[in-house]
Design a protein around this ligand. Structure first.
Ligand code: C2E
Ligand code: CA
Ligand code: CA
Length: 607
């Protein structure tokens, strides 16, 4: 059978394994290279032939890659030969479905010096494969082709691209640099969705042909994934690459006929060139990808260049995540408190706890700089539990204080992820008990979007929290799509009207109408309305006339450290309602403090 012959005659080592990497077949090249007999290896798990066992195949990079794409490409590792000698090799593997429906992994291994030879023979092998393709079924068209090429366009695939890029980077032509152009089609999904997958495939094939004919012979076009192509060319200067990018855009732009319809397609291109510090293929592609996103952001159908001195956002995020994890343990988090004011009496009703991060080198960071990261990484659980405990501790402190005479309710924000944490109720209950804090003095704020993510789960959790005696608020109301049914069914005590609507109060009729109806809505279901982000006295008086219950915002006070808030309360509670917040002297003083501080935040730094 052609397939069997191809397997045996191949110029480099091939193995077939089952899904658990146990070898089921090995070709002659592999046996000759390692000195093993066929019986020695068949039935042996491949990792056992590696000095570091299966760590590489299950490494953080390879395992997810295998799971997601069904391939592992160009992993460098060592194989132990029959004498126990280590032999450096590169491994590429594809998961494939056999004609009988079973799953196998096809593994290609080449030794370091075999690699060049392999590349030369690849051409010959491909010709052989093409010949055999003509005779046998397409699925058996040849292992190399399968492993290194995309079946739709015939272009090198991600693994094929990696091999080519690594070769070009290792041995560039004299005084040339390697340019990678990441080409991502604009709005491809809408073609696929509206005209169907066949039309989508046809479009990809046309683009593949056009890109291929727009580059030099020494260049390569690869299909990276879906509607992403990568063009590799050796250039003497950046301007060569940008000229090429422009040419690629033009060729993609010219109209094409698909299923009788004239379609104009466009692309966004990111360009990266190898720098003098040397480069690896992964990094070069990542940089081109970053530039591509920038081209998209600039309005599509354009190109952008990645400068090697730019820092890598992915790396920055990873670094920040590590720092945050450490920062939580090292006590770098702070909680600031913003007063919530009774609109009618101007008396403080409570405070909202807002987290801050006193970063050792970057100063006081605001939630916008790290909350999403904490949420995505799951770190929000620890962070949220810490904030909750800290805020309740502070609340208990104020309750017992002889300086603060008004009761101070505490509001704490919960993230979407905390809401679905089965341990949430236990955590809240424990924190209340730990500080002997009255549950009625605690309100938990949950955003409208988090509630609507999964209303059924939210209802269960809210009911359990409510049973503890704590208050519940819907945060950022108006920005999500809460249905009125839920609003009625959820055991909610407050509705916090989003800052974006409060902002337009008095100046924007639409916003004023929204705020007024939110207040009416809240009152209709028997709960309080809280306005967020009140910045002017005009907004305050409008809210008063609309019957809004509570308000918070810079007009009253910015979020403050516990010490500053204690001062703020003591210097504001003895004033009469009329002039209570007009005198902003303590605040102005605080702003001055801030101007002298090194922190970019507008709030005073925690001492
Ligand atoms: P949020 O819950 O809507 O908090 C109100 C935000 O509005 C706060 O921003 C506050 O400083 C800001 N703000 C208050 N008054 C005004 C005003 O008059 N004008 C303007 N322009 N802004 C005002 P901050 O502290 O940066 O917090 C941002 C968001 O981060 C919060 O929005 C909340 O969603 C989240 N967050 C803060 N702390 C925590 C936390 O401990 N846990 C969780 N899960 N999220 C938190
Ligand atoms: Ca909030
Ligand atoms: Ca809010």
């Amino acid at each position: 059978m052609d397939y069997e012959q191809l397997f045996q005659d191949a110029p480099c080592s091939y193995l077939i394994t089952d899904e658990a990497w146990t070898i089921t077949a090995a070709n002659a090249s592999f046996l000759a290279w390692t000195g093993y007999g066929s019986d020695d290896v068949i039935g042996t798990p491949l990792p056992r032939l590696m000095p570091i066992g299966d760590r590489l195949l299950h490494s953080t990079h390879s395992a997810p890659q295998m799971q997601l794409t069904g391939t592992v490409s160009e992993v460098s590792l060592e194989i132990l030969d029959v004498e126990g000698q280590r032999r450096a090799a590169l491994l590429t593997a594809v998961r494939a479905v056999r004609s009988d429906g079973g799953v196998e992994i096809r593994v290609i291994i080449f030794s370091a010096h075999e690699r060049r030879q392999y590349e030369l023979e690849l051409v010959a092998a491909r010709r052989r494969a093409e010949e055999s393709e003509a005779r046998s079924v397409r699925a058996e068209a040849g292992l190399q082709h399968l492993a290194l090429h995309d079946s739709l366009t015939g272009l090198p695939n991600r693994a094929g691209l990696a091999a080519i890029l690594e070769r070009d980077i290792a041995e560039p032509l004299p005084s040339m640099k390697v340019a990678a152009l990441f080409v991502d089609l604009d709005h491809f999904k809408s073609v696929n969705d509206s005209l169907g997958h066949n039309a989508g495939d046809e479009l990809l094939n046309i683009v593949a042909r056009r890109l291929s004919s727009a580059i030099r012979d020494t260049g390569t076009v690869a299909r990276f994934a879906g509607d992403e192509f990568v063009v590799v060319e050796q250039v003497s200067a950046l301007s060569d690459a940008t000229v090429l990018a422009q040419r690629l855009l033009e060729t993609v732009n010219s109209p094409m006929i698909i299923e009788g319809l004239e379609i104009i397609c466009s692309a966004s291109i990111g360009i990266a060139l190898t720098d003098d510090q040397g480069a690896d293929a992964d990094r070069l592609l990542r940089r081109a990808d970053i530039a591509m996103y920038r081209a998209k952001a600039r309005g599509r159908n354009t190109w952008d260049v990645h400068d090697p001195s730019e820092s890598d956002p992915a790396v920055n995020r990873m670094r920040l995540l590590g720092e945050l994890r450490h920062g939580i343990e090292a006590g770098q988090l702070r909680v600031h408190y913003q007063p919530r004011i009774d609109v009618a009496t101007s008396i403080i009703n409570g405070v909202e706890a807002l987290v801050r991060w006193e970063h050792p080198t970057r100063g006081l960071l605001q939630p916008i700089d790290f909350i999403d990261l904490a949420e995505e990484s799951g770190l929000i659980r620890d962070l949220g539990a810490w904030v909750l405990n800290e805020a309740i501790k502070q609340g208990a402190h104020w309750s017992a204080s002889t300086v603060v005479h008004t009761p101070v309710e505490i509001a704490v924000n919960l993230s979407a992820r905390q809401l679905i944490d089965p341990q949430l109720t236990g955590i809240v209950e424990a924190a209340l008990a730990r500080h002997n804090f009255d549950p009625h003095m605690l309100t938990l704020e949950i955003t409208e979007t988090a509630l609507m993510d999964n209303p059924a789960v939210a209802l269960t959790v809210l009911t359990a929290l409510k049973a503890l005696g704590v208050g519940l608020a819907i945060d950022d109301f108006g920005t999500g799509y809460a249905s009125l049914t839920y609003l009625k069914d959820f055991p909610i005590d407050e509705l916090k009207i989003d800052r974006s609507f409060v902002n337009g109060l008095g100046s924007n009729d639409g916003d004023s109408a929204i705020v007024a109806s939110c207040i009416q809505l809240a009152h209709a279901v028997g709960i309080k309305a809280v306005a967020e982000g009140v910045e002017t006295d005009n907004q305050r008086s409008t809210l008063l006339s609309m019957g809004c219950d509570l308000a918070q915002g810079y007009h009253y006070s910015r979020p403050l450290s516990p010490e500053h808030l204690t001062n703020w309360i003591t210097s504001n509670t003895c004033a009469t309602p009329e002039n209570t917040f007009v005198d902003t002297r303590p605040l102005a003083d605080l702003d001055n403090t801030h101007q002298q501080s090194r922190h970019p935040a507008r709030e005073p730094a925690t001492t």
